[in-house]
Design a protein around this ligand. Structure first.
Ligand SMILES: Cc1cc2nc3c(=O)[nH]c(=O)nc-3n(C[C@H](O)[C@H](O)[C@H](O)COP(=O)(O)OP(=O)(O)OC[C@H]3O[C@@H](n4cnc5c(N)ncnc54)[C@H](O)[C@@H]3O)c2cc1C
Ligand SMILES: *[C@@H]1O[C@H](CO)[C@@H](O)[C@H](O)[C@H]1NC(C)=O
Ligand SMILES: *[C@@H]1O[C@H](CO)[C@@H](O)[C@H](O)[C@H]1NC(C)=O
Ligand SMILES: *[C@@H]1O[C@H](CO)[C@@H](O)[C@H](O)[C@H]1NC(C)=O
Ligand SMILES: *[C@@H]1O[C@H](CO)[C@@H](O)[C@H](O)[C@H]1NC(C)=O
Ligand SMILES: *[C@@H]1O[C@H](CO)[C@@H](O)[C@H](O)[C@H]1NC(C)=O
Ligand SMILES: *[C@@H]1O[C@H](CO)[C@@H](O)[C@H](O)[C@H]1NC(C)=O
Length: 528
């Protein structure tokens, strides 16, 4: 702590320019770069003129739609390998008017960790080198740095003890930093909640460049970083998480049904069943290529699973032959790769094939009728440009946590409905037909999904919901409510109030960052 204070003092003495974070004041790029170089080795600072810039930029880009050369690229990428580099980047950024975007795993659906559609000048703070994981096996806890991937966390937890798991997403290359910031939903969430529900401490670099932990950051900031979405409140360098108990042997299955095998009837039935199944049983559906696959993780053995499925969902016809028993860590391999025929070390591969992506999502409160599913299937899902559709059940632990306990408010819905459009063809024709399909289906399902607001999970980022506008010197709260209440419902205002306290100048901003809640006198009367 003392050395960090000294660092800040050194900055104050060196300061020759008025600190400013205002977008209207032009950025001093040269000043920023020389400020960085005081504390960060040159080999970690990558400008567009260096050969290392492009490979580093592309290293974790997941959405090729945002990998275009040009002015949307960062001025510089700082590949921090020490916490002090994070502090330096923030302090220098403020001083020289360069906004900083933090990147952990680069999986943001709209590329907001490495591109900008609104701001010309920004730097990327890349945390991929900050990825240490320390498991405390006696306490069943771990400190995990933000640049680690979910796969690395799963692997490390299981390596410490086969009975340790962690509730988080189904894709092992997703970064811990962005994922925990936005919530983190996966196969263990019906049993243990979101990743963010299992965060017990965190180290954050705030907008002043200070290093804070749970006891020094205050309750509000600790609440906001566990689900309020990445970027807005500071840079989370590491997280202390509670590992959860899983049996030594779990069971998975994947059962595929076409339309001629009652797929539509089964999905209709699934809606009423999946959210109220026992918490040890997670049963999702993926519709792709006109087939519905029912995929399950059961925290128990095959024989018990057959009984449970027979009792709750006999129509699916699940049998003993469908079971695959394995360790929990291998089940995470199965969930991503669709097969467990590869070693758990596959989770350590940080490279993921990147595609062009566009994702839109909803929450469902009441089962859609058979007729509605029939029409959705024949009018949309049979098209060649149809997206993958994922139905993920809530219920269980998800529903037993208060909607205001963390910023994630979507606790009481039955399930998530996600349209995941990914394609490999380069070119505007492919892009336009894919985008037209996904925006069309989103309009089509409106009568069947949550309303007032039509709510969306922030980790499934969608810029179609609206983007920020800067008014005066900070992001407009009134404008941001349009998208913000869809992600956070009643928690949006509290997030904005936290932002006012911890980053009133709005240094940490992007197209959908939380705006500061201005004092009431600045708000239009309608808001009060
Ligand atoms: C293939 C794929 C599969 C997915 N599967 C799931 C799933 O099963 N369940 C689920 O819940 N979600 C899933 N997601 C969504 C994923 O959780 C989010 O995109 C998440 O934000 C990605 O985190 P990241 O660190 O990889 O992304 P990044 O792009 O690095 O960051 C995302 C956002 O968080 C900010 N941020 C990143 N690191 C930090 C930090 N350390 N401190 C503060 N802000 C930070 C970034 O600036 C950006 O705004 C999936 C996404 C993809 C592409
Ligand atoms: C960070 O990177 C620099 C430059 O490559 C290297 O000298 C230093 O040892 C690294 N620090 C850590 C903690 O890995
Ligand atoms: C793993 O954890 C279980 C349950 O907490 C404990 O009983 C067991 O001794 C641990 N095993 C090892 C090898 O530490
Ligand atoms: C949090 O930081 C303070 C100040 O550096 C320190 O005294 C305290 O021990 C830390 N708390 C934890 C739980 O690490
Ligand atoms: C359903 O159709 C698929 C191919 O379209 C076929 O392989 C399968 O055998 C059919 N099933 C039934 C029960 O007819
Ligand atoms: C896509 O095609 C365009 C034009 O043919 C080309 O300039 C661009 O580099 C291609 N992009 C990718 C990611 O292949
Ligand atoms: C931003 O604007 C507000 C209200 O006009 C003002 O109080 C504040 O000082 C400004 N902040 C900066 C950094 O200019």
């Amino acid at each position: 702590m003392i050395s960090h204070l000294l660092l800040l003092v050194a900055f104050c003495i060196l300061s020759i320019q008025t600190p400013s974070s205002s977008a209207s004041i032009s950025s001093d790029v040269d000043g920023f770069l020389s400020c960085l170089s005081i504390n960060i080795p040159p080999s970690l600072i990558h400008t567009p003129s260096s050969n290392s810039y492009s490979p580093l930029l592309m290293s974790t880009v997941q959405n090729r739609r945002y990998a275009l050369p040009g002015p949307t690229r960062p001025l510089v990428i700082v590949a921090a390998n020490e916490t002090a580099h994070v502090q330096t980047t923030v302090v220098c950024g403020r001083r020289h008017g360069v906004h900083v975007r933090t990147r952990s795993g680069g999986h943001d659906y709209e590329g907001l960790s490495y591109t900008s559609v609104n701001h010309k000048h920004f730097a990327v703070l890349d945390l991929a080198k900050l990825r240490a994981i320390h498991v405390d096996a006696t306490r069943a806890e771990a400190w995990v740095e933000s640049g680690a991937t979910l796969g690395e966390l799963y692997y490390a937890a299981a390596a410490a003890n086969r009975t340790f798991g962690f509730p988080a997403g189904n894709c092992p290359t997703v970064g811990v930093g962005g994922h925990l910031s936005g919530g983190g939903f996966g196969a263990l969430s019906r049993k243990y909640g979101l990743s963010a529900d299992n965060v017990i401490d965190a180290i954050v670099v705030d907008a002043q460049g200070r290093l804070l932990n749970k006891s020094t950051m205050g309750k509000d900031l600790f609440w906001a970083i566990r689900g309020g979405g990445g970027e807005s409140f500071g840079v989370v360098v590491s997280w202390k998480v509670r590992l959860v108990a899983v049996p030594e042997t779990v069971t998975v299955f994947g059962i595929r049904r076409g339309k001629n095998e009652s797929a539509v009837e089964l999905i209709t039935k699934w809606q009423a069943i999946a959210p109220s199944l026992p918490r040890d049983l997670y049963l999702r559906v993926i519709v792709e290529n006109q087939q519905a696959t029912f995929i399950s993780l059961f925290l128990g053995r095959c024989s018990q699973l057959v009984d449970t499925m027979g009792a709750h969902f006999p129509e699916l016809g699940m049998m003993e032959q469908d079971c695959q028993e394995m360790s929990w860590v291998k089940s995470t391999v199965f969930f991503f790769f669709g097969t467990a025929d590869m070693p758990a070390e596959a989770l350590l591969n940080r490279h993921n094939e990147e595609y062009y992506l566009k994702v839109k999502s909803d929450h469902v409160e009441e089962p859609m009728s058979l007729d509605a599913w029939e029409s959705l299937w024949s009018e949309w899902l049979e098209k060649p440009e149809a997206a993958m559709v994922m139905l993920d059940p809530y219920g269980g632990r998800m529903a037993s946590i208060s909607p205001s306990a963390t910023p994630f408010p979507h606790r009481n819905y039955m399930y998530q409905l996600q349209f995941y459009q990914s394609w490999a063809e380069n070119g505007t024709a492919a892009m336009e037909s894919r985008l037209r399909w996904i925006r069309g289906v989103y309009e089509y399902v409106e009568p069947y999904v949550s309303k007032n607001p039509r709510s969306v999970y922030v980790n499934y980022r969608d810029l179609d919901l609206g983007t920020n506008e800067v008014e005066g010197n900070v992001t407009s709260y009134a404008k941001a409510r349009v998208w913000g209440e869809k992600y956070f419902k009643g928690n949006f205002k509290r997030l904005a109030a936290v932002k006012s306290k911890v980053d009133p100048d709005d240094f940490f901003r992007n197209e959908q960052s939380i705006p500061p809640l201005l004092p009431l006198k600045y708000l239009p009367v309608a808001d009060i």
